[in-house]
Design a protein around this ligand. Structure first.
Ligand code: BES
Ligand code: MN
Ligand code: ZN
Length: 495
Protein backbone atom coordinates (compact mmCIF):
# COMPACT_ATOMS: atom_id res chain seq x y z
CA UNK A 1 0.00 0.00 0.00
CA UNK A 2 0.99 3.57 -0.52
CA UNK A 3 3.20 4.86 2.21
CA UNK A 4 0.99 6.82 4.54
CA UNK A 5 2.53 9.82 6.28
CA UNK A 6 4.01 9.22 9.66
CA UNK A 7 2.16 11.61 11.94
CA UNK A 8 3.48 12.99 15.22
CA UNK A 9 2.80 15.90 17.54
CA UNK A 10 5.67 17.85 19.02
CA UNK A 11 6.45 20.88 21.11
CA UNK A 12 7.92 23.96 19.44
CA UNK A 13 11.69 23.82 19.13
CA UNK A 14 12.05 20.14 19.96
CA UNK A 15 13.39 19.04 16.54
CA UNK A 16 13.97 20.49 13.10
CA UNK A 17 12.67 19.54 9.70
CA UNK A 18 13.51 20.29 6.09
CA UNK A 19 10.14 21.95 5.53
CA UNK A 20 8.23 24.28 7.77
CA UNK A 21 4.56 24.77 6.95
CA UNK A 22 3.16 28.07 8.10
CA UNK A 23 -0.57 28.59 7.91
CA UNK A 24 -1.44 32.16 7.08
CA UNK A 25 -4.90 33.71 7.25
CA UNK A 26 -6.49 35.97 4.66
CA UNK A 27 -4.63 39.25 3.93
CA UNK A 28 -1.38 37.59 5.00
CA UNK A 29 -2.40 37.70 8.63
CA UNK A 30 0.07 35.83 10.82
CA UNK A 31 -0.94 34.41 14.18
CA UNK A 32 1.39 35.49 17.00
CA UNK A 33 2.95 32.00 17.15
CA UNK A 34 3.83 32.15 13.47
CA UNK A 35 4.93 35.79 13.52
CA UNK A 36 7.43 35.01 16.26
CA UNK A 37 9.05 32.16 14.33
CA UNK A 38 9.41 34.11 11.11
CA UNK A 39 10.53 37.38 12.65
CA UNK A 40 13.95 36.85 10.97
CA UNK A 41 12.58 36.55 7.50
CA UNK A 42 9.34 38.44 7.62
CA UNK A 43 10.49 40.79 4.92
CA UNK A 44 11.35 37.95 2.52
CA UNK A 45 7.93 36.46 3.08
CA UNK A 46 6.13 39.73 2.46
CA UNK A 47 8.08 40.40 -0.73
CA UNK A 48 7.68 36.85 -2.06
CA UNK A 49 3.98 36.92 -1.29
CA UNK A 50 3.71 40.20 -3.11
CA UNK A 51 5.50 38.93 -6.19
CA UNK A 52 3.45 35.74 -6.41
CA UNK A 53 0.17 37.39 -5.36
CA UNK A 54 -0.17 35.04 -2.40
CA UNK A 55 -2.70 36.55 0.00
CA UNK A 56 -3.58 33.68 2.29
CA UNK A 57 -6.62 32.55 0.37
CA UNK A 58 -7.77 29.12 1.56
CA UNK A 59 -5.66 26.20 0.31
CA UNK A 60 -3.29 28.31 -1.78
CA UNK A 61 0.46 27.89 -1.28
CA UNK A 62 3.64 29.88 -1.38
CA UNK A 63 6.77 27.78 -1.59
CA UNK A 64 9.94 29.58 -0.45
CA UNK A 65 13.16 27.66 -0.99
CA UNK A 66 16.08 28.08 1.40
CA UNK A 67 14.76 31.26 2.98
CA UNK A 68 17.59 33.46 4.26
CA UNK A 69 18.03 33.66 8.00
CA UNK A 70 16.80 30.08 8.54
CA UNK A 71 18.20 26.55 8.33
CA UNK A 72 15.20 25.40 6.36
CA UNK A 73 15.17 23.84 2.91
CA UNK A 74 11.74 25.20 2.40
CA UNK A 75 9.16 27.40 3.98
CA UNK A 76 5.70 26.53 2.77
CA UNK A 77 3.01 29.07 3.42
CA UNK A 78 -0.52 27.75 3.24
CA UNK A 79 -3.55 29.99 3.13
CA UNK A 80 -6.32 29.48 5.67
CA UNK A 81 -8.74 32.02 4.28
CA UNK A 82 -10.91 33.35 7.05
CA UNK A 83 -9.47 31.73 10.14
CA UNK A 84 -12.63 32.05 12.23
CA UNK A 85 -14.74 30.41 9.58
CA UNK A 86 -12.80 27.14 9.50
CA UNK A 87 -15.14 24.34 10.50
CA UNK A 88 -14.49 20.67 11.12
CA UNK A 89 -14.65 19.56 7.51
CA UNK A 90 -12.65 22.63 6.34
CA UNK A 91 -9.80 21.60 8.62
CA UNK A 92 -9.90 18.00 7.41
CA UNK A 93 -9.83 19.18 3.78
CA UNK A 94 -7.07 21.68 4.54
CA UNK A 95 -4.99 18.87 6.06
CA UNK A 96 -5.58 16.99 2.82
CA UNK A 97 -4.42 19.92 0.73
CA UNK A 98 -1.29 20.41 2.82
CA UNK A 99 -0.39 16.74 2.56
CA UNK A 100 -1.09 16.74 -1.18
CA UNK A 101 1.23 19.70 -1.67
CA UNK A 102 4.02 18.16 0.41
CA UNK A 103 3.77 14.89 -1.51
CA UNK A 104 3.86 16.77 -4.81
CA UNK A 105 6.96 18.66 -3.62
CA UNK A 106 8.46 15.32 -2.51
CA UNK A 107 9.09 16.68 0.95
CA UNK A 108 10.43 14.13 3.41
CA UNK A 109 9.73 15.85 6.68
CA UNK A 110 7.61 18.79 7.55
CA UNK A 111 6.60 20.62 10.68
CA UNK A 112 3.29 22.38 10.72
CA UNK A 113 3.17 25.38 12.96
CA UNK A 114 0.22 27.47 13.96
CA UNK A 115 -2.10 28.33 16.77
CA UNK A 116 -4.22 25.25 16.13
CA UNK A 117 -5.83 23.55 19.11
CA UNK A 118 -5.16 19.87 19.72
CA UNK A 119 -8.52 18.97 18.21
CA UNK A 120 -7.87 21.12 15.14
CA UNK A 121 -4.41 19.64 14.63
CA UNK A 122 -5.93 16.16 14.82
CA UNK A 123 -8.47 17.08 12.14
CA UNK A 124 -5.66 18.32 9.87
CA UNK A 125 -3.84 15.06 10.45
CA UNK A 126 -6.98 13.09 9.59
CA UNK A 127 -7.19 14.89 6.26
CA UNK A 128 -3.50 14.25 5.59
CA UNK A 129 -3.88 10.51 6.12
CA UNK A 130 -6.97 10.28 3.92
CA UNK A 131 -5.29 12.26 1.16
CA UNK A 132 -2.22 10.05 1.04
CA UNK A 133 -4.12 6.78 0.56
CA UNK A 134 -3.60 5.10 -2.77
CA UNK A 135 -4.81 1.75 -4.04
CA UNK A 136 -1.56 0.51 -5.53
CA UNK A 137 -1.04 -2.97 -4.17
CA UNK A 138 -1.29 -4.55 -7.62
CA UNK A 139 1.31 -2.29 -9.23
CA UNK A 140 4.44 -4.37 -9.59
CA UNK A 141 6.52 -1.62 -11.14
CA UNK A 142 6.40 1.34 -8.84
CA UNK A 143 7.07 4.60 -10.60
CA UNK A 144 10.19 6.18 -9.13
CA UNK A 145 8.54 9.52 -9.51
CA UNK A 146 5.45 8.49 -7.58
CA UNK A 147 4.92 10.98 -4.81
CA UNK A 148 3.24 8.52 -2.44
CA UNK A 149 6.36 6.36 -2.34
CA UNK A 150 8.16 8.91 -0.26
CA UNK A 151 7.67 8.38 3.42
CA UNK A 152 6.56 11.75 4.67
CA UNK A 153 7.13 12.56 8.30
CA UNK A 154 4.52 15.07 9.30
CA UNK A 155 4.78 16.74 12.70
CA UNK A 156 2.27 19.15 14.12
CA UNK A 157 3.67 21.68 16.54
CA UNK A 158 1.20 22.01 19.39
CA UNK A 159 1.19 23.44 22.90
CA UNK A 160 -0.04 20.28 24.62
CA UNK A 161 1.44 17.16 23.06
CA UNK A 162 -0.42 14.65 25.25
CA UNK A 163 -3.74 16.28 24.54
CA UNK A 164 -3.08 16.38 20.79
CA UNK A 165 -2.07 12.72 20.82
CA UNK A 166 -5.30 11.83 22.59
CA UNK A 167 -7.32 13.80 20.05
CA UNK A 168 -5.39 12.08 17.27
CA UNK A 169 -6.21 8.61 18.60
CA UNK A 170 -9.88 9.46 18.03
CA UNK A 171 -9.46 10.95 14.58
CA UNK A 172 -7.03 8.27 13.47
CA UNK A 173 -9.59 5.61 14.38
CA UNK A 174 -12.04 7.24 12.01
CA UNK A 175 -9.52 7.81 9.22
CA UNK A 176 -8.41 4.16 9.37
CA UNK A 177 -12.07 3.15 9.18
CA UNK A 178 -12.40 5.19 5.99
CA UNK A 179 -9.30 3.53 4.54
CA UNK A 180 -10.71 0.09 5.30
CA UNK A 181 -13.96 1.03 3.56
CA UNK A 182 -12.02 2.20 0.50
CA UNK A 183 -9.88 -0.92 0.47
CA UNK A 184 -12.77 -3.39 0.23
CA UNK A 185 -14.47 -1.35 -2.50
CA UNK A 186 -11.25 -1.04 -4.51
CA UNK A 187 -10.23 -4.69 -4.22
CA UNK A 188 -10.92 -6.63 -7.42
CA UNK A 189 -13.72 -9.18 -7.21
CA UNK A 190 -11.41 -12.14 -7.80
CA UNK A 191 -9.60 -11.20 -4.59
CA UNK A 192 -12.61 -10.25 -2.48
CA UNK A 193 -15.51 -12.67 -2.53
CA UNK A 194 -18.13 -13.06 0.21
CA UNK A 195 -15.90 -15.43 2.20
CA UNK A 196 -12.89 -13.11 2.05
CA UNK A 197 -15.02 -10.13 3.03
CA UNK A 198 -16.43 -12.03 6.00
CA UNK A 199 -12.84 -12.86 6.95
CA UNK A 200 -12.08 -9.14 7.05
CA UNK A 201 -14.98 -8.68 9.46
CA UNK A 202 -13.52 -11.43 11.63
CA UNK A 203 -10.16 -9.68 11.61
CA UNK A 204 -11.77 -6.80 13.51
CA UNK A 205 -11.28 -8.92 16.63
CA UNK A 206 -7.95 -7.03 16.77
CA UNK A 207 -9.90 -3.91 17.79
CA UNK A 208 -12.24 -5.76 20.14
CA UNK A 209 -15.14 -6.56 17.81
CA UNK A 210 -16.88 -9.91 18.04
CA UNK A 211 -17.91 -11.27 14.66
CA UNK A 212 -20.24 -14.13 13.81
CA UNK A 213 -20.46 -15.39 10.25
CA UNK A 214 -23.49 -17.31 8.98
CA UNK A 215 -22.94 -19.72 6.11
CA UNK A 216 -25.55 -20.72 3.52
CA UNK A 217 -26.84 -23.66 5.53
CA UNK A 218 -27.46 -21.46 8.55
CA UNK A 219 -29.16 -18.80 6.41
CA UNK A 220 -31.26 -21.52 4.79
CA UNK A 221 -32.40 -22.64 8.23
CA UNK A 222 -33.42 -19.05 9.01
CA UNK A 223 -35.38 -18.88 5.76
CA UNK A 224 -33.36 -16.17 4.03
CA UNK A 225 -34.63 -17.04 0.57
CA UNK A 226 -34.14 -13.55 -0.87
CA UNK A 227 -30.47 -13.17 0.04
CA UNK A 228 -29.67 -16.76 -0.92
CA UNK A 229 -31.54 -16.40 -4.23
CA UNK A 230 -29.17 -13.63 -5.29
CA UNK A 231 -26.08 -15.69 -4.53
CA UNK A 232 -27.27 -18.98 -6.02
CA UNK A 233 -25.76 -18.32 -9.45
CA UNK A 234 -22.30 -17.78 -8.01
CA UNK A 235 -19.59 -20.38 -7.46
CA UNK A 236 -18.74 -18.51 -4.31
CA UNK A 237 -21.04 -19.07 -1.34
CA UNK A 238 -22.93 -16.21 0.33
CA UNK A 239 -22.26 -15.09 3.87
CA UNK A 240 -23.89 -12.90 6.51
CA UNK A 241 -21.38 -11.23 8.83
CA UNK A 242 -22.58 -9.88 12.17
CA UNK A 243 -20.15 -7.58 14.00
CA UNK A 244 -20.74 -6.51 17.59
CA UNK A 245 -19.14 -3.71 19.54
CA UNK A 246 -20.24 -3.69 23.17
CA UNK A 247 -19.08 -0.34 24.46
CA UNK A 248 -22.32 0.62 26.19
CA UNK A 249 -24.28 -0.60 29.18
CA UNK A 250 -25.10 -4.27 29.15
CA UNK A 251 -28.88 -3.83 29.10
CA UNK A 252 -28.92 -0.98 26.59
CA UNK A 253 -30.47 -1.71 23.18
CA UNK A 254 -27.86 -1.48 20.42
CA UNK A 255 -27.89 0.75 17.37
CA UNK A 256 -27.56 -1.16 14.11
CA UNK A 257 -26.02 -0.65 10.69
CA UNK A 258 -26.62 -2.91 7.72
CA UNK A 259 -24.62 -2.87 4.49
CA UNK A 260 -25.21 -4.18 0.99
CA UNK A 261 -22.18 -6.27 0.17
CA UNK A 262 -22.53 -7.46 -3.41
CA UNK A 263 -18.91 -8.28 -4.16
CA UNK A 264 -19.69 -8.23 -7.87
CA UNK A 265 -22.96 -7.37 -9.57
CA UNK A 266 -23.13 -8.70 -13.13
CA UNK A 267 -26.89 -8.21 -13.05
CA UNK A 268 -27.38 -11.98 -13.05
CA UNK A 269 -29.67 -13.40 -15.78
CA UNK A 270 -30.86 -9.79 -16.36
CA UNK A 271 -27.24 -9.22 -17.35
CA UNK A 272 -25.90 -5.69 -17.34
CA UNK A 273 -24.43 -4.21 -20.54
CA UNK A 274 -20.69 -4.81 -20.86
CA UNK A 275 -19.59 -1.18 -20.81
CA UNK A 276 -18.59 -0.19 -17.30
CA UNK A 277 -19.51 -3.55 -15.79
CA UNK A 278 -16.13 -3.64 -14.05
CA UNK A 279 -17.40 -0.86 -11.80
CA UNK A 280 -19.75 -3.37 -10.21
CA UNK A 281 -16.72 -4.72 -8.34
CA UNK A 282 -17.57 -1.86 -5.99
CA UNK A 283 -21.15 -2.88 -5.31
CA UNK A 284 -20.33 -3.30 -1.66
CA UNK A 285 -19.85 0.38 -0.85
CA UNK A 286 -22.56 0.02 1.78
CA UNK A 287 -20.92 -2.97 3.46
CA UNK A 288 -17.58 -1.15 3.17
CA UNK A 289 -18.97 1.80 5.09
CA UNK A 290 -20.38 -0.50 7.77
CA UNK A 291 -17.14 -2.46 8.31
CA UNK A 292 -15.21 0.84 8.28
CA UNK A 293 -17.58 2.36 10.81
CA UNK A 294 -17.26 -0.67 13.10
CA UNK A 295 -13.49 -0.38 12.88
CA UNK A 296 -13.72 3.31 13.74
CA UNK A 297 -16.08 3.05 16.72
CA UNK A 298 -14.19 0.13 18.23
CA UNK A 299 -10.78 1.75 17.76
CA UNK A 300 -11.92 4.87 19.51
CA UNK A 301 -13.85 2.83 22.09
CA UNK A 302 -17.27 4.43 21.63
CA UNK A 303 -19.46 3.93 24.69
CA UNK A 304 -22.37 2.47 22.83
CA UNK A 305 -23.56 -0.99 21.80
CA UNK A 306 -23.30 -1.19 18.03
CA UNK A 307 -24.22 -3.94 15.60
CA UNK A 308 -22.93 -4.05 12.03
CA UNK A 309 -24.42 -6.56 9.62
CA UNK A 310 -23.09 -7.29 6.13
CA UNK A 311 -25.07 -9.16 3.46
CA UNK A 312 -22.32 -10.68 1.33
CA UNK A 313 -23.16 -12.22 -2.04
CA UNK A 314 -22.08 -12.34 -5.65
CA UNK A 315 -24.70 -11.79 -8.38
CA UNK A 316 -23.84 -14.00 -11.37
CA UNK A 317 -25.61 -15.55 -14.36
CA UNK A 318 -25.45 -19.35 -14.38
CA UNK A 319 -27.53 -22.47 -14.92
CA UNK A 320 -28.36 -22.34 -11.24
CA UNK A 321 -28.95 -18.59 -11.13
CA UNK A 322 -32.28 -17.10 -10.16
CA UNK A 323 -34.57 -16.14 -13.04
CA UNK A 324 -36.88 -13.23 -13.73
CA UNK A 325 -40.27 -14.62 -12.77
CA UNK A 326 -39.01 -16.56 -9.76
CA UNK A 327 -40.76 -15.97 -6.45
CA UNK A 328 -38.67 -16.15 -3.29
CA UNK A 329 -39.73 -16.35 0.35
CA UNK A 330 -37.90 -14.06 2.74
CA UNK A 331 -37.03 -14.70 6.37
CA UNK A 332 -39.98 -12.48 7.30
CA UNK A 333 -42.32 -14.84 5.48
CA UNK A 334 -43.17 -12.22 2.87
CA UNK A 335 -42.76 -13.31 -0.75
CA UNK A 336 -41.04 -11.36 -3.55
CA UNK A 337 -41.49 -11.83 -7.26
CA UNK A 338 -38.22 -11.29 -9.11
CA UNK A 339 -38.87 -9.17 -12.18
CA UNK A 340 -35.26 -8.20 -12.74
CA UNK A 341 -32.35 -10.12 -11.26
CA UNK A 342 -30.30 -6.91 -11.40
CA UNK A 343 -32.44 -5.39 -8.64
CA UNK A 344 -30.57 -7.68 -6.23
CA UNK A 345 -29.41 -5.32 -3.50
CA UNK A 346 -32.88 -4.87 -2.04
CA UNK A 347 -33.25 -8.66 -1.90
CA UNK A 348 -30.06 -9.01 0.10
CA UNK A 349 -31.08 -6.17 2.41
CA UNK A 350 -34.63 -7.51 2.88
CA UNK A 351 -33.29 -10.52 4.77
CA UNK A 352 -30.37 -8.69 6.41
CA UNK A 353 -32.67 -5.94 7.73
CA UNK A 354 -35.31 -8.36 8.98
CA UNK A 355 -32.68 -10.50 10.71
CA UNK A 356 -31.07 -7.47 12.37
CA UNK A 357 -34.37 -6.08 13.60
CA UNK A 358 -35.71 -9.44 14.76
CA UNK A 359 -32.60 -10.56 16.60
CA UNK A 360 -31.29 -7.34 18.11
CA UNK A 361 -34.36 -5.12 18.60
CA UNK A 362 -32.14 -2.09 17.95
CA UNK A 363 -32.92 1.55 18.81
CA UNK A 364 -32.73 2.20 15.10
CA UNK A 365 -31.29 0.71 11.92
CA UNK A 366 -29.37 2.60 9.27
CA UNK A 367 -28.63 0.71 6.09
CA UNK A 368 -26.22 1.76 3.36
CA UNK A 369 -26.24 0.46 -0.18
CA UNK A 370 -25.05 1.18 -3.70
CA UNK A 371 -28.65 0.47 -4.53
CA UNK A 372 -29.89 2.32 -7.59
CA UNK A 373 -28.73 4.07 -10.72
CA UNK A 374 -31.86 6.18 -10.28
CA UNK A 375 -30.39 7.77 -7.16
CA UNK A 376 -27.35 8.82 -9.20
CA UNK A 377 -29.63 10.29 -11.84
CA UNK A 378 -31.37 12.33 -9.15
CA UNK A 379 -28.39 13.49 -7.08
CA UNK A 380 -25.23 12.88 -9.07
CA UNK A 381 -22.06 12.35 -7.06
CA UNK A 382 -22.56 15.13 -4.56
CA UNK A 383 -25.23 13.84 -2.21
CA UNK A 384 -26.23 10.37 -1.12
CA UNK A 385 -29.96 9.68 -1.11
CA UNK A 386 -31.56 9.49 2.32
CA UNK A 387 -34.85 7.78 3.08
CA UNK A 388 -36.34 7.44 6.54
CA UNK A 389 -39.50 6.62 8.44
CA UNK A 390 -38.40 8.99 11.21
CA UNK A 391 -37.94 12.75 10.85
CA UNK A 392 -35.60 13.12 13.83
CA UNK A 393 -33.30 10.38 12.60
CA UNK A 394 -33.29 11.92 9.13
CA UNK A 395 -32.49 15.36 10.54
CA UNK A 396 -29.60 13.98 12.63
CA UNK A 397 -28.06 12.24 9.65
CA UNK A 398 -28.53 15.30 7.44
CA UNK A 399 -26.82 17.52 10.01
CA UNK A 400 -23.91 15.10 10.39
CA UNK A 401 -23.59 15.14 6.61
CA UNK A 402 -23.17 18.88 6.58
CA UNK A 403 -20.57 18.73 9.35
CA UNK A 404 -18.44 16.09 7.66
CA UNK A 405 -19.06 17.18 4.05
CA UNK A 406 -20.47 13.70 3.39
CA UNK A 407 -23.77 15.16 2.34
CA UNK A 408 -27.13 13.43 2.09
CA UNK A 409 -30.39 14.62 0.57
CA UNK A 410 -33.70 13.30 1.75
CA UNK A 411 -35.99 11.75 -0.85
CA UNK A 412 -39.60 10.75 -0.25
CA UNK A 413 -41.29 7.55 0.85
CA UNK A 414 -45.06 7.17 0.76
CA UNK A 415 -48.11 5.01 0.26
CA UNK A 416 -48.38 5.83 -3.44
CA UNK A 417 -44.81 4.71 -4.00
CA UNK A 418 -45.31 1.64 -1.86
CA UNK A 419 -48.17 0.53 -4.12
CA UNK A 420 -45.79 0.61 -7.08
CA UNK A 421 -44.14 -2.60 -5.84
CA UNK A 422 -47.39 -4.53 -5.48
CA UNK A 423 -47.87 -7.48 -7.84
CA UNK A 424 -50.73 -9.95 -8.26
CA UNK A 425 -48.34 -12.89 -8.04
CA UNK A 426 -46.66 -12.34 -4.69
CA UNK A 427 -46.57 -9.96 -1.72
CA UNK A 428 -44.34 -7.60 -3.72
CA UNK A 429 -42.09 -7.40 -6.76
CA UNK A 430 -38.46 -6.36 -6.77
CA UNK A 431 -38.76 -3.39 -9.15
CA UNK A 432 -41.23 -0.57 -9.58
CA UNK A 433 -41.85 -1.83 -13.09
CA UNK A 434 -40.74 1.42 -14.74
CA UNK A 435 -37.99 3.98 -14.42
CA UNK A 436 -40.21 6.24 -12.35
CA UNK A 437 -38.99 7.00 -8.83
CA UNK A 438 -36.50 4.14 -8.98
CA UNK A 439 -34.58 5.07 -5.83
CA UNK A 440 -37.80 5.37 -3.85
CA UNK A 441 -39.40 2.12 -5.02
CA UNK A 442 -36.22 0.33 -3.92
CA UNK A 443 -36.44 2.05 -0.52
CA UNK A 444 -40.12 1.11 -0.24
CA UNK A 445 -39.21 -2.54 -0.51
CA UNK A 446 -36.66 -2.16 2.28
CA UNK A 447 -39.21 -0.44 4.48
CA UNK A 448 -41.39 -3.55 4.35
CA UNK A 449 -38.65 -5.37 6.29
CA UNK A 450 -38.05 -3.04 9.25
CA UNK A 451 -41.48 -3.06 10.93
CA UNK A 452 -42.00 -0.09 13.23
CA UNK A 453 -38.32 0.32 14.08
CA UNK A 454 -36.78 3.72 13.35
CA UNK A 455 -34.88 3.27 10.13
CA UNK A 456 -32.92 5.22 7.57
CA UNK A 457 -31.64 4.03 4.22
CA UNK A 458 -28.71 5.76 2.54
CA UNK A 459 -28.28 5.10 -1.18
CA UNK A 460 -24.57 5.58 -1.82
CA UNK A 461 -24.52 4.49 -5.48
CA UNK A 462 -23.18 7.89 -6.55
CA UNK A 463 -20.93 8.67 -3.60
CA UNK A 464 -19.12 5.49 -2.54
CA UNK A 465 -17.27 4.92 -5.78
CA UNK A 466 -16.42 6.71 -8.99
CA UNK A 467 -17.07 9.79 -6.92
CA UNK A 468 -15.71 13.28 -7.42
CA UNK A 469 -12.09 13.78 -6.38
CA UNK A 470 -11.72 15.95 -3.32
CA UNK A 471 -8.89 17.20 -1.13
CA UNK A 472 -9.12 14.01 0.92
CA UNK A 473 -10.13 11.46 -1.68
CA UNK A 474 -8.12 11.01 -4.84
CA UNK A 475 -8.98 7.44 -5.75
CA UNK A 476 -12.00 5.57 -7.06
CA UNK A 477 -13.50 4.46 -3.75
CA UNK A 478 -14.23 7.27 -1.32
CA UNK A 479 -15.15 5.42 1.88
CA UNK A 480 -18.30 7.53 2.01
CA UNK A 481 -20.43 7.00 5.10
CA UNK A 482 -17.78 6.26 7.71
CA UNK A 483 -17.09 9.87 8.69
CA UNK A 484 -20.77 10.74 8.35
CA UNK A 485 -22.04 7.99 10.64
CA UNK A 486 -19.20 8.22 13.10
CA UNK A 487 -20.06 11.90 13.58
CA UNK A 488 -23.77 11.04 13.81
CA UNK A 489 -23.13 8.51 16.60
CA UNK A 490 -20.73 10.78 18.46
CA UNK A 491 -23.06 13.80 18.31
CA UNK A 492 -26.40 12.16 19.02
CA UNK A 493 -25.99 8.79 20.71
CA UNK A 494 -22.81 8.59 22.74
CA UNK A 495 -22.99 9.84 26.27
N1 BES B 1 -25.67 -2.01 -8.00
C1 BES B 1 -26.69 -1.51 -8.86
C2 BES B 1 -26.87 0.00 -8.73
C3 BES B 1 -25.72 0.85 -9.15
C4 BES B 1 -25.60 1.26 -10.46
C5 BES B 1 -24.77 1.25 -8.24
C6 BES B 1 -24.53 2.04 -10.85
C7 BES B 1 -23.72 2.04 -8.64
C8 BES B 1 -23.58 2.43 -9.93
C9 BES B 1 -28.02 -2.18 -8.55
O1 BES B 1 -27.92 -3.49 -8.12
C10 BES B 1 -28.82 -2.18 -9.80
O2 BES B 1 -28.43 -2.85 -10.72
N2 BES B 1 -29.93 -1.48 -9.79
C11 BES B 1 -30.78 -1.39 -10.93
C12 BES B 1 -32.19 -1.62 -10.47
C13 BES B 1 -33.17 -1.78 -11.59
C14 BES B 1 -32.92 -3.09 -12.32
C15 BES B 1 -34.57 -1.75 -11.04
C16 BES B 1 -30.61 0.01 -11.51
O3 BES B 1 -30.47 0.95 -10.75
O4 BES B 1 -30.59 0.11 -12.73
MN1 MN C 1 -27.88 -4.86 -9.73
ZN1 ZN D 1 -26.17 -4.03 -7.21
Amino acid sequence: MAKLPNITFIKAGSTTSETLVLPVAKNLELSSTVAEVVSNCEKTIKTAADISKFTGKKSTFLNLLTPAGTELERLLLVGLGERQKLEESDLVYLGGDICGKLLALKAKSAHILSDFTSEEAALLAEGALLRAYKFDQFLTKKDEEEDADIQLNLSFIVSDVAQAEAAWQQRKAVAEGVLLAREVVNLPPNYLGPVEFAQKAQELSKVGIETEVLDEEQMQALGMGALLGVGQGSERPSRLAIMKWNGGKQDEAPVAFVGKGVVFDSGGISLKPGAGMDEMKGDMGGAGAVIGLMHAVASRKANLNIIGVLGLVENMPDGKAQRPGDIVTTMSGQTIEILNTDAEGRLVLADALWYTNDRFKPQFIVDLATLTGACMVALGNHHAGLFSNDDDLAAQITQSGQKTAEKVWRLPLGKEYDKMIDTPNADMKNTGGSRMAGATTAAQLLQRFVGETKWAHIDVAGTAMGSTKTSISKGWASGFGVRLLDRFLADFYEK
